[in-house]
Design a protein. Sequence first.
Lengths: 105, 228
Amino acid sequence: MSWLSIILAGIITYLTRMTMIALVSRDMLGARIKAVLAYVPSAVFPAIIFPGIFISDYGTFIEVNDPKIFAAIIAIVVGYFSKNVIATILSGLFSYWMLIFVFNF
Amino acid sequence: MLTKKQLLTKGMLDVAPHMLSVIPFGIICGAIGIELGFNPYLVYGMSIIIFGGASQIVFLQLLSGGASALIAVTSVGVINTRHLLYGAVLSEYLEKLSFIKKLLISYLVVDQGFAESNKFFAKNKSEEYLHYHLIGTGGTLWVCWQIATLSGIILGSFVPEELGLKFAIPLTFIAIVVHDLKKIDHVIVMIACGLSSLLFFDAPFKSYIIISPIIALVVAALILRFKK
C-alpha cells in the first residue's frame, strides 16, 4: 500500500461525492428521474443490510437458523414501532448476544 | 426559520444515535489495518483521504491478499459510486450554494449523514440554511470516524471479536429504512435491492453495492409507471 494508491482512491471517492452536487444542475434531471430518486434510500441501503445479515465473514450464506436472522427481525419490529434508532440497534445487538451467549446458538 | 446554529445542532443530534455502529466499526477498521501489517500512518491517512468505512476495509483486505493497487483502487471507486445517487438526491436542496461551498460540503456526504439529512430536508424544504444540517451530520460522522479509526490503530482491536459488533452495521441501516416498510412500493424496492445484492454478491470489484441499487431503481421506475 502506498500514498499514491490511497490518494488515487481518495480522489475517485471525492469525485463520486462531488459530481452530482457541484457539476450537475437539478434542472438537468427530468421530473420522472426526480420521482425515482425519492426511492434512493430504499434502493441503496438493503444492499448493505442483506449481505450484513445473510453472508458470513467467509463470504458464504449463513444457515437458516442463524441468530443474526432472528436478531434482525427483532430489530425491525422494535424499529417499526419505536421509530427510534438507538432502540433499533440495541434491541438487535442484545437479542443477538442473548442468542449466542445465553442460548448458545 | 431555524438559525444556522440550530440546524447544525439538529444535524448533530439526528446522526448521533448512529455512533453506536460507526464507532465500533471505525475501531475495527483501524485495528484490521495494523493486524494486516500496514504502516499505521497509511492506515490513518485513509480515514482522512478516502473517508469511507466499508471501502477502506476492502482496500486493506484486497492489498493484503495480494491484489494489485489498480484492483484495490478500482474497488474503492466502485463501492463508493453510490454517493452519486446521494448527490443526485441532495442537489435539489444544495442548489443555492456557491460552487466552492458545494465542493467543500461534498466531502462530508456519507451514508448515515445523507440518510438523516435527506429525511430532515424532505420535511423542512423552506429552511434557508438547510446545508447546515448536512454539515452537522457529516461533520459529526467525520470527527467520530477519525477518533474511532485512530483508537483502533493505536490500541488494537480492544473491542472483543466475540461480540460480533460488525452486526451493528446492518442494524444501523435497518433503523434508517424501517419506517418506509409501511409503504408497499418501498418494500418492493427494498426487496429487489436486497435480493439482488445477495445474487450479485460475488460480482467483481464488490460491484453488487451499485448493481443492486440500479436494479431496485429500475423497479421503482416501473412501479411509478404502473401507478399512473
